[in-house]
Each structure stands twice: as structure tokens, then as C-alpha cells.
Design a protein around this ligand. Structure first.
Ligand code: SAM
Length: 327
């Protein structure tokens, strides 16, 4: 029997999001303040050896999927080297990446060769000036990154769009056409009140049910599914291969089926995006813990996973930025 890691609410934990840095080369308005400088230093981040040990402990206990994230994971030096080491870990059968794609054009080939097969790319708008306003970056670099990702052979490539009222909600149909034209999967995401940036952006919150209704005026949407183990509810656009996912942490939360935990770059495991429960692995790793002790710590940490977020009841509760937790 393969090992199974279960929390106190009977949820099977099989998915680890691994942040490799809290730094980012963009400053999305709902994520990081424009003048933010308070990043951790590289020596505070887990080394590749430490990451391999702790992810190995999760894999030994039943975690099958790892998604590398950040901050922006591509700003961590030698990321393909780490990816290749993780891809070789026994027990892991799915290694994926979340990126803003700003630096993807240079790295896509090496990351794919290292064993990452699936990627998610954040893209909130197709308009260069609007992109600059939302992210303080250049859209063209993301488009080049996407093209390089296709050429490198990543499949599927999923685009993640945080929908904000009066900011980019007029682009949801354009985004569908863009994904149809390029063969991408599209996911819409509701803004979450994490960090004061996310809390401020909650003023532009859009219930994704409204987005779905708007799309239904343009496309026939059929019930759909998509492998990946995530919380998105999918539809398929009739007569096409396009799948559209709706990630609705606020309007229809999915805590009862939450299968994931997040290891931040500094080795702190966050058990829920919307709560403060956490467990420090770096101290254990640097204190000489054995592999057995690491596995015991993983089980103890998973026992801390709370039942659900409280974004509605306590919207000011989570002060850490998404980039810090590992989105
Ligand atoms: N830099 C990588 C990227 O862009 O995918 C990985 C980290 S980023 C923090 C992960 C995802 O979190 C992005 O899709 C971003 O749009 C999303 N995100 C950040 N802050 C958010 C918030 N307050 N509400 C909803 N999504 C958020």
C-alpha cells in the first residue's frame, strides 16, 4: 500500500507547493507593494540540499505532486538544477511550476529538460499599458516566455487571471479568444484578502459566477474536467479543446477538499493560505534532524492544518503577502 498523509479532518494531503524565493521581479498590485524591499536574504532560504531532504520526507509519506513557486521562482539561481533533483525523488510523479513568465524565454528549455512538464503562468491582461499598471512590468516579456514554453513542449500551459472589477474584468472574453488561439488552458481566480495589498484589492472583488454568466453570453460552456489535483471547477467551450477553470476561494470555498500545504522559501510550512498555522522546518534541518525525525515532523505539522480559512469572518487576519507564503 502506498503511504497516505491525512490531516485531522480526514483530508488526504498529497500536494506540496514549494516556494524557492520570496523575491519577485513584478509588483502585482494585489500581491506586493510597489516599493517593497523587505525580502528575506538568500542564506535564510533553504538550500537545494535542504529542499531535497524535506521534499523527500513529504514524498516518503505520500505527497505525489510538487509545484515550484515563489515569489517568482525563476529569480532563484540554478532552478533547473533543483528541478532535476526533485524530479528524481522516489514517490513524486508530478512536478510543475507557477511563474509570471518574465524570465521564462531564457529558461523554458532547461526547465522542461529538468523534468517539469506542466506550467501555470499568471496573466491578468493582454493590454501592455494595463499590464504595466497591474504588475509594473512588461507584457512583451511574458508573451515571449509563453511562446518559449510552447516551443519547449510544456503541456498543458495554464494561464491564471485574477479578475478585478474595473481593472481587467472587461477582458475575460478577450482572454478566452487568446487561449483558444494559442491552445492554453484558462483559469480565473478570485482576489483573496492576503496581506494589506490583497485586502485593499478586495475592493475590486469579482464573484466568478458573474464571469461565468458573462462568458455564457458568448460561448456554450459544457461541464468539463482537467487533471491536476487543484481546486478549479472546469467547463469546456463547446466545439473546442479549451477548458476554463474557476477558482473561487471566496464565493464557493473548497476547504473541505483542500489537499495541499505550502513550504515557504525560509523553510516554514504554511498549512492554510487564510490562517497563520505554520511549522518551522529550517531549524530542524539545520539542527541535524535525521530523515526519520523529518518524517515525524511532517506528520506533526500536517496535524496543525486548520479546517478552513476565515477570509469572510476575519478579512484582516493574514498579514503576510502572497509572495511570502508561496502562492
Ligand atoms: N510568481 C509566480 C506567478 O506569478 O505565478 C508564483 C507566485 S504568485 C504569488 C502565485 C499566484 O498568486 C499568481 O497567479 C498571483 O496572481 C496570485 N495572487 C497573488 N496575490 C493574490 C491575491 N491577493 N489574491 C488572489 N491571487 C493572488
Amino acid at each position: 500500500m502506498p503511504p497516505v498523509l491525512t490531516d485531522t479532518y480526514g483530508r488526504r494531503i498529497e500536494y506540496l507547493r514549494l516556494s524557492v524565493t520570496d523575491r519577485c521581479d513584478l509588483r502585482c498590485v494585489y500581491c506586493l507593494p510597489e516599493d517593497y524591499r523587505d525580502f528575506s536574504e538568500p542564506e535564510e532560504w533553504l538550500s537545494f540540499d535542504e529542499i531535497e531532504r524535506v521534499v523527500g520526507a513529504f514524498a516518503a509519506l505520500g505527497v505525489r505532486r510538487v509545484r515550484i513557486t515563489g515569489g517568482e521562482p525563476l529569480v532563484r539561481r540554478d532552478l533547473p538544477v533543483l528541478a532535476a533533483r526533485l524530479a528524481r525523488l522516489p514517490g513524486l510523479d508530478d512536478l510543475s511550476l507557477s511563474t509570471n513568465a518574465v524570465a521564462l524565454a531564457r529558461q523554458a528549455r532547461a526547465l522542461h529538460a529538468a523534468g517539469i512538464t506542466r506550467i501555470n503562468v499568471s496573466l491578468d491582461t493582454l493590454q501592455p499599458e494595463r499590464f504595466r499598471q497591474i504588475t509594473r512590468g512588461k507584457l512583451q516579456r511574458v508573451l515571449e516566455g509563453l511562446q518559449a514554453a510552447q516551443e519547449a513542449g510544456f503541456a498543458p500551459i495554464k494561464l491564471n487571471m485574477v479578475v478585478m472589477q474595473g481593472v481587467n474584468d472587461d477582458e475575460v472574453v478577450d482572454m478566452v479568444h487568446f487561449c483558444l488561439a494559442h491552445g492554453f488552458t484558462l483559469r480565473f481566480i478570485e482576489t483573496m484578502p492576503v496581506g494589506h495589498t490583497g485586502q485593499a484589492a478586495s475592493g475590486q472583488f469579482v464573484n466568478l459566477q458573474r464571469v461565468r454568466e458573462r462568458l455564457e453570453q458568448h460561448f456554450e460552456l459544457l461541464p468539463g474536467a482537467m487533471p491536476g489535483g487543484g481546486p478549479a471547477r472546469y467547463v469546456q467551450v463547446a466545439g473546442t479543446d479549451l477548458r476554463i477553470g474557476f477558482i473561487t476561494p471566496l464565493s464557493q470555498h473548497f476547504c473541505a477538499t483542500c489537499n495541499r500545504v505550502r513550504l515557504a522559501a525560509d523553510g516554514r510550512l504554511h498549512l492554510c493560505l487564510g490562517q497563520e498555522h505554520s511549522f518551522d522546518f529550517r531549524t530542524l534541518l539545520r539542527g541535524g534532524a535525521s530523515d526519520d525525525e523529518l518524517c515525524e515532523a511532517v506528520v506533526a505539522a500536517i496535524a496543525l492544518k486548520p479546517e478552513r480559512h476565515e477570509f469572510h469572518e476575519k478579512p484582516q487576519q493574514v498579514v503576510r503577502f502572497m509572495a511570502k507564503t508561496g502562492g
